[in-house]
Ligand binder design. Structure first.
Ligand SMILES: Nc1ncnc2c1ncn2[C@@H]1O[C@H](COP(=O)(O)OP(=O)(O)OP(=O)(O)O)[C@@H](O)[C@H]1O
Ligand SMILES: O=C(O)[C@H](O)COP(=O)(O)O
Length: 479
């Protein structure tokens, strides 16, 4: 498809009204991912950029067991909220949470979001007299690895729950059984990292049966791990009934499936991040549902190049040029307003202190790489977002880890916060966009911030998650 060189915005913006929101530069630092080698880029001397993106690719490369979606109805699961004191008093409840939180070198928790997100379900169980057997993984250990122990989580969990959490040194076996037997009603026992057993990730039926034998009821609240068919997320449900969804899992599904399947319109999707290849499924799925699609991040240069523009030494996936063209065509055919940035911030190297300048999308000089969207694009995006009633955002607009190239990403975060205040449903779909929203300090005002990285991406791609599928169906309500 041909585009005008000056403005590769492919469809009309529905309404133009607001003024652009520019953001203050934050000093928060982000750690870039491990330098590695091996992807194809436009331009020759782009090694740090190359390293950055290969690392990004590997970070999300673990294969999952999620299947293409069969419909929202199949996600309607029985809830822990359906269980009353009569069901729970004195009962042993196995709660699988995702307490996979980041720890620093001294084993201090650097972000307790996932622990806080697990609290409502556990408190509901405690207050109804259940004995809570809490399970999680931490990291990707190969066998028993002390630095991946869940022990550092005990003080914060105890503080948030208002009970003294007991910690087991294992997750199955006689010692654990003794601790379970001595649990008081309303007590909480935290099992050791379930991934210390290789049988967990293999979804070994005997291991799942051992876990199940500890309890009377199963609750899955581990949204961030629901795309994994592991023993504690999927296998255990074959041996333990009822198997129900926790409050966090439900909330994630309500927003990432419910609000998107049946959105208040206009519905805008903002997709960024490094590569179009890692977001194909998300873009294709959202194109079926949204009215406006805003694209940013490293992937835009593949779209530019597909349109015949020069991209200097920006990130480009040469083998995805046809795909970019076909996504543009698909958007047009569906009547979706697909907006690409009309200007970009280019840098002379991939570094926080690079020389930079703002150029039109059609004017990226040789030897320069685009690392952020420019001010005109921010204004255009803000104007387009002004019209919306539902917005979902996944992936940063630029290399936001470098303050100099964080302006576009922070502007989107601020705009969404403003819209949230006006009643727009704002959903942050996991990954780096969550980090950006937190960096700007507007996390609390968003309608929903997903606790899942891979799990949220797979839901947005329209897949069903094995950890959800395995739960008991909700009883249909007669109308
Ligand atoms: N113009 C650009 N050039 C190079 N890299 C970019 C550019 N814009 C954004 N990025 C990088 O994209 C990375 C995020 O991409 P990714 O695809 O992982 O997004 P995400 O979906 O938010 O994250 P996750 O995979 O954790 O869910 C960031 O590290 C950021 O630096
Ligand atoms: O951090 C996550 O995305 C979840 O805890 C899942 O972890 P995993 O990718 O190691 O399965």
């Amino acid at each position: 498809m041909a585009s005008t060189a000056a403005s590769p915005a492919f469809c009309a913006i529905p309404k133009i009204s607001s003024t652009a929101t520019r953001t203050a530069t934050s000093t928060t630092r982000f750690r870039l991912k491990t330098p590695l080698r091996g992807l194809g880029f436009a331009g020759a001397a782009a090694d740090p950029l190359l390293a950055h993106h290969v690392a990004t690719k590997l970070r999300s490369s673990k294969s999952s067991s999620a299947k293409p979606v069969r419909g929202v109805a199949s996600m309607a699961k029985k809830s822990v909220g359906d269980l009353t004191a009569a069901d729970l008093k004195g009962k042993k409840v196995f709660v699988r949470a995702d307490l996979n939180v980041p720890l620093d070198d001294n084993q201090n928790i650097t972000d307790d979001t996932r622990i806080r997100a697990a609290v409502p379900t556990i408190k509901h169980l405690i207050s109804n007299g259940a004995k809570v057997i809490l399970s999680s993984h931490l990291g990707r250990p190969k066998g028993v690895t002390p630095k991946f122990s869940l022990a550092p989580l005990v003080p914060r969990l105890s503080q948030l729950l208002g009970v003294s959490v007991v910690k087991a040194d294992d997750c199955i076996g006689p010692e654990v059984e003794k601790l379970v037997a001595s649990l008081a009603d309303g007590g909480v026992l935290l099992l050791e990292n379930v991934r210390f057993y290789k049988e967990e990730e293999k979804n070994d039926p005997d291991f799942a049966k051992n876990l199940a034998s500890l309890a009377d009821i199963y609750v899955n609240d581990a949204f961030g791990t629901a795309h994994r068919a592991h023993a504690s997320t999927e296998g255990v449900t074959k041996f333990l009934k009822p198997s129900v969804a926790g409050f966090l899992l439900q909330k994630e599904l309500d927003y990432l499936v419910g609000a998107i399947s049946n959105p208040k319109r206009p519905f805008a999707a903002i997709v960024g991040g490094s590569k179009v290849s890692s977001k194909i499924g998300v873009i294709e799925s959202l194109l079926e549902k949204c009215d406006i699609l805003l694209l940013g991040g490293g992937m835009i240069f593949t779209f530019y190049k597909a349109q015949g523009l020069s991209v200097g030494s920006s990130l480009v996936e040469e083998d995805k040029l046809d795909l970019a063209t076909s996504l543009i065509a698909k958007a047009k055919a569906r009547g979706v307003s697909l907006l690409l940035p009309s200007d970009v911030v280019v840098a002379d190297k991939f570094a926080p202190d690079a020389d930079s300048k703002i150029v039109p999308a059609s004017g990226i000089p040789d030897g320069w790489m685009g690392l952020d969207i420019g001010p005109d694009s921010i204004k255009t995006f803000n104007d387009a977002l002004e019209t919306t009633k539902t917005v979902i955002w996944n992936g940063p607009m630029g290399v936001f880890e470098f303050d100099k190239f964080a302006v576009g990403t922070e502007a989107v975060a601020k705009k969404l916060a403003e819209l949230s205040g006006k009643g727009v449903t704002t959903i942050i779909g996991g990954g780096d966009s969550v980090a950006a929203v937190e960096k700007v300090g507007v996390a609390d005002v968003m309608s929903h911030i997903s606790t899942g990285g891979g799990a949220s991406l797979e839901l947005l791609e329209g897949k069903e998650l094995p950890g959800v599928l395995a739960l008991d169906e909700a009883v249909p309500v007669a109308v």
